[in-house]
Design a protein around this ligand. Sequence first.
Ligand code: FES
Length: 127
Amino acid sequence: MEIDLSRVLCALDDIPVDGARGFVAGQGDCPLRGLLVRTRGGVHAYVNRCPHAGHGLNLRPHEFLTPDGSLILCHSHGALFEKSTGTCVAGPCAGRALTAVPVRIEAGFVLLADGVEAASFEHVEAV
Ligand code: FES
């Protein structure tokens, strides 16, 4: 079975184990900007938009985690999110969650899951 290259977000090996990596998917002026988090349980993907004030989570490329790597950190106002669920566990949006992006792994690549379109996340709003 051939891989649909238009759905590839990155190679699995490009995400450090227990680490994170940003990705851009889709085309046009507003592509989907997201982050991939690799845990022992698999790869989780989220829209790179904080549910507090709608800012991107990172300041520098691929820097999404706390210094100890245990949580996702929003660098704007310090919200902390679980890596495996995207739920905010501390900070100004505690109890809310990052928007999950369904992904799958095939032949060593991370792809958008079947039926998921990058454009469908264009209007995810902060709440
Ligand atoms: S925008 Fe993320 S904590 Fe404020």
